[in-house]
Write a protein that binds this ligand. Structure first.
Ligand code: 5GP
Ligand code: ZN
Length: 119
């Protein structure tokens, strides 16, 4: 993917980020605008637009993203009290950056799953 993708540019080191974990295929870095005491984004280094595309194209890599997210949760001390792992996807999912990323959120009770309920 070209340099117009924000997270490809972070992977390439062209835009600074606070990296907390790196594997040969994934990168984890702190969200610039954290929504919880711990808010880390986990991306595959290879560009896929969203979690559906990634999982259908390369399930092994999708698993590596999950494994990195779990390692981040452990490093951040979240395994005891729990955490939330989230992939916003597409317009209704509120996705803003179209390079797939898992949000690892925790460090405090996170409230209901969604901001509002149906109906
Ligand atoms: P989305 O809404 O696509 O699921 O999440 C995008 C996330 O990327 C947001 O939580 C936003 O704060 C974060 N973000 C946007 N730009 C940057 C950036 O330049 N650096 C970092 N570390 N996070 C960013
Ligand atoms: Zn990208």
């Amino acid at each position: 993917m070209g340099t117009d993708c924000l997270f490809c540019r972070i992977v390439a080191g062209e835009i600074p980020a606070t990296v907390v974990r790196e594997t040969p295929t994934t990168l984890a870095f702190r969200d610039i605008d954290p929504k919880a005491p711990v808010h880390v984004l986990v991306v595959p280094k290879e560009h896929y637009a969203d979690v559906a595309t990634l999982s259908q194209s390369d399930p092994t890599l999708a698993g590596e993203v999950l494994a990195t997210a779990a390692a981040v949760a452990e490093d951040e001390g979240l395994l005891g009290d729990g955490f939330r792992l989230m992939f916003n996807t597409g317009a209704h999912g509120g996705q803003e950056v179209f390079h797939v990323h898992a949000h690892v959120l925790g460090g405090a009770p996170l409230g209901p799953m969604l901001a509002r309920s149906l109906g």
